[in-house]
Design a protein around this ligand. Structure first.
Ligand SMILES: [Cu+2]
Length: 582
């Protein structure tokens, strides 16, 4: 959405002071200045926009179409009012994680994994189901940290004992979903060491209840030391224990992990509010997520921050940063994100993908956010109105669904903002690939092909989902690369449907998306890319900073649990876990 081209005033008006707005003072949290955020209910956090340089307004998008909307019939309005009364809740952000600090830039936090009853109110009716959560919340609380921070997270597994049939039989059960109450923690998008006790997804934390004499086995203390040069951005954390990843995610075990912009190089202009929006499907029972084959899984609804079609209240003329995280785990979760009023689609200004700023913002009416992906937008509405944020239809079971209602109110005080967007510069390790670097990698034979395969000859789904023709084997051969190398990888998808490829630790830039060459100026960084059925994606990547083993996998996490994952080992002398990286 763009501001009204007629309004070129850059004069700062006082914050629109409606009943729904409160100016939150700069909040001092453990010695680190942190901004206020949108809070439960309709409250809007407020940081007054700073006066930016005078700027030419961006092209307007379809706002003239608003006048063409046909008035809704009285019956339609009555039905909508009834639906709103029954389901629609106010928007709420996830809670903010409490970070305790004894030393500057070193924080301690606790994630307690517990089964709690959560009540859902949606088209399936009002019901209460027991789900696995972090700290009893769906989604989990939001972490906000900065480059150079040392984040220590203690995970306490207070889930009940494992009772599922394949738990405890590692030999035959590796790619059968198993041990639904054993967990671990992955920091998706962070450039940190993959070695224990950092971002190692081979860690297994059993429920404390399994060994009452040794409750310490049910606790694990992770440390995530962010390099001083770490990129800012929207990242996330979630459980990643092979065999239970998908069930724990669809229960709700995911949360935002925001690396804030450097204070000396902020996003300009400063958004009025900085809002986390986590898209989740919520399914309580394992049998409802791991049903093998069409028709064996129930239809699923999608939620934003644990709420069904929440209503987001915004003020016309203000600019909002939306940090959208796709935390879904099934083929239904592909989300082309769209903003509409009636049948009219509006472009939203995309500024970052997978947490990393784009070389220049782009206006997108429909942007595919696959399971695992993030997308950051700047949105500003020029006038009052009601809009709907949609998860558009994708392939097969990925049906269209309204995700949130957006109500924009105008105030007499607030003029639409003209703005030139300046994003913080990327750190050197994310400099774009030059043709020379790509050619050098080609000449040195630093190319590799990875295939995602679905072997339909298997009797059930366990082991059917494969990488390079084999289901996941943690003890099998790994893809080995050298620290410091640039490589060109082609990910081929031999199946008939799309799969989102994800790799840990280092992001990549796609240079060829299924025969569409991406020019240097349009490339951007990502850690998850959708590989179309029968197609391929070629990307360039650098293995930097950290050595050790990690994984690549399909981010449709039921596929990962069924075997679509492979180990990657970076050889060399990189920084170890929990070590300051200058
Ligand atoms: Cu997949």
């Amino acid at each position: 959405m763009s501001a009204d081209p007629e309004s070129r005033s850059l004069v700062q008006q006082p914050s629109a002071a409606s009943d729904e707005t409160a100016v939150a003072p700069e909040e001092k949290l453990q010695g680190v200045s942190r901004r206020g955020f949108l809070r439960a209910g309709a409250g809007a956090a407020a940081v007054l926009m700073t006066t930016g340089p005078a700027a030419v307004l961006a092209e307007g998008h379809d706002h003239t179409h608003m006048a063409k909307e046909a008035p809704q019939s009285a019956k339609a309005l009555a039905l909508r009012a009834k639906a709103e009364a029954e389901w629609f809740e106010p928007f709420a952000e996830p809670s903010l994680m409490s970070l305790e600090s004894t030393v500057p830039k070193s924080y301690n936090a606790t994630l307690r994994v517990i089964m709690v009853p959560i009540t859902f109110n949606d088209t399936l009716g009002k019901r209460t189901e027991n789900v696995r959560t972090y700290n009893g919340e769906v989604p989990g609380p939001t972490f906000r940290v900065r480059a150079g921070d040392d984040l220590n997270v203690k995970v306490i597994n207070d889930l009940p004992k494992n009772t599922d049939q394949f738990c405890g039989d590692h030999h035959t059960s590796m790619n059968n979903p198993h041990c639904f109450n054993t967990t671990n923690l992955h920091v998706h998008g962070l450039h940190v060491s993959p070695k224990e006790p950092s971002d190692n997804v081979f860690v297994e934390i059993p429920p404390k209840a399994e060994d009452p004499d040794h409750p310490e086995k049910g606790e694990y203390k992770f440390c995530f030391q962010l390099p001083l040069f770490h990129k800012p951005g929207t990242h996330w954390y979630h459980a990643h224990k092979h065999g239970s990843t998908a069930i724990q995610l669809v229960n709700g075990m995911a949360g935002a992990l925001i690396v804030e912009d450097p204070p000396d190089k902020p996003l300009v202009p400063t958004p009025f509010a900085d809002v986390v929006m986590i898209i989740q499907e919520i399914v309580a029972k394992a049998e409802d997520i791991y049903g093998c084959g069409p028709g064996q899984v129930p239809s699923v609804l999608f939620y934003v921050n644990g709420r069904y079609r929440p209503t987001i209240n915004l003020i016309a003329g203000e600019m909002y940063r939306w940090r959208v995280i796709n935390a879904t785990s099934t083929p239904r979760g592909f989300t082309p994100l769209q903003l509409r009023m009636g049948a009219t689609e509006y472009a939203m200004r995309l500024i970052a993908v997978d947490g990393i700023y784009l070389p220049s913002p782009r206006d997108e009416k429909s942007w595919l956010i696959a399971p695992g992906n993030r997308a950051d937008y700047l949105v500003s509405f020029s006038s009052a109105g009601s809009y709907t944020l949609y998860k558009g239809a994708f392939e097969g079971p990925a049906k269209e669904q309204a995700l949130a209602e957006i109500k924009v109110t105008a105030t007499a005080l607030k003029m639409a903002m003209a703005m030139a967007i300046e994003t913080p510069p990327l750190p050197d390790y994310l400099r774009p690939f030059t043709d020379a670097e790509i050619k050098a990698a080609l000449d040195a034979g630093k190319t590799r092909t990875v295939t995602f395969d679905v072997d339909t000859s298997t009797p059930n789904c366990a082991g059917r989902f494969q990488v390079n023709g084999k289901p996941f084997d943690p003890n099998g051969p790994a893809i080995e690369v050298n620290l410091g190398d640039t490589e060109l990888w082609t990910i081929k998808n031999t199946s008939g449907a799309s799969h989102p490829f994800h790799i840990h630790v280092n992001p990549f830039q796609v240079i060829d998306n299924n025969k569409k060459l991406i020019p240097a100026g349009e490339r951007y960084w990502q850690d998850t890319v959708t590989v179309p059925g029968g197609g391929y994606v070629t990307f360039a990547t650098r293995f930097l900073t950290f050595d050790g083993p990690f994984v690549l996998h399909c981010h449709i996490l039921i596929h990962e649990d069924w075997g679509m994952m492979m180990k990657v080992t970076v050889k060399g002398n990189g920084y170890g876990p929990c070590v300051k990286v200058p």
